[in-house]
Design a protein around this ligand. Structure first.
Ligand SMILES: C[S@@+](CC[C@H](N)C(=O)[O-])C[C@H]1O[C@@H](n2cnc3c(N)ncnc32)[C@H](O)[C@@H]1O
Length: 213
């Protein structure tokens, strides 16, 4: 879902930093060769992720949901020179595609791919994260939050994508729509947690910024 008209969207993109060349190439190849290309963050959200990362200047970044690597490369733009970005995806068919683009970037040696279910992998990564991006299966967002909270410190930031879920969060929820139910629970958890300060930005499909106090 996009809340802005195409005209406004184009204006916004025209007056924001251009999409870097490597990301344009990745974007194009994803649309040519990979299923469900609209999952990729894209130009505007990518620049927002990059800007937030540059403002935080994180040492350690965690991403849940790599897809073709677009958002990982955006987040890596703000990472410290000795930082690490750990990114998890369950789809092994995307692994080589991701690696090709990570290695073409300036951050190849700092990006670590993890293949498998994030529910199993997150607990295995023994690191404190300055920045976390959650962009995978919506049903598990509340579980991811529980697993991530112990890995944060004061000032750490969680970014959560698709929190408006094409507007379904304000519609009558079907009994069997477990993804929307999980997102409704997740959005409440983020906003009510005593150690989080949260703002939900109505960008694209909804992007929440939560700061750990
Ligand atoms: C929306 S896409 C991520 C898009 C990417 N962050 C970007 O902006 O370019 C979601 C990804 O999550 C992955 N995924 C779904 N369930 C997962 C799970 N349980 N563990 C790890 N990855 C999962 C999918 O394979 C898919 O590649």
């Amino acid at each position: 879902m996009d809340l802005l008209s195409e005209e406004i969207n184009n204006y916004v993109k025209k007056h924001s930093q251009a999409e870097p060349e490597l990301l344009q190439k990745l974007n194009r190849e994803t649309w040519q060769k990979v299923l469900v290309p609209r999952m990729l963050s894209g130009h505007l959200q990518g620049r927002i992720l990059s800007m937030i990362s540059k403002l935080i200047h994180p040492k350690n970044i965690l991403e849940i949901g790599t897809y073709t690597g677009y958002s990982a490369l955006c987040l890596a733009e703000g990472m410290q020179n000795d930082g690490e970005l750990h990114t998890i995806d369950i789809n092994e068919e995307l692994y080589d595609f991701q690696r090709k683009y990570f290695d073409e970037s300036d951050f190849g040696k700092q990006i670590f791919q993890h293949l498998g279910n994030a529910m199993d992998i997150v607990p295995e990564i023994d690191t404190v994260f300055d920045l976390v991006f959650i962009d995978a299966d919506k049903f598990n967002y509340p579980n991811y939050l529980e697993m991530i909270l112990p890995k944060l410190k004061t000032g750490s930031v969680i970014l959560s994508d698709n929190v408006l879920w094409s507007g379904k969060v304000v519609e009558k929820v079907r009994r069997d729509d477990m993804d929307t139910r999980a997102l409704l629970q997740y959005n409440e958890m983020l906003n009510n947690h005593p150690q989080l300060e949260t703002v939900l930005l109505p960008i694209r499909d909804g992007l929440t910024i939560s700061r750990f106090k």
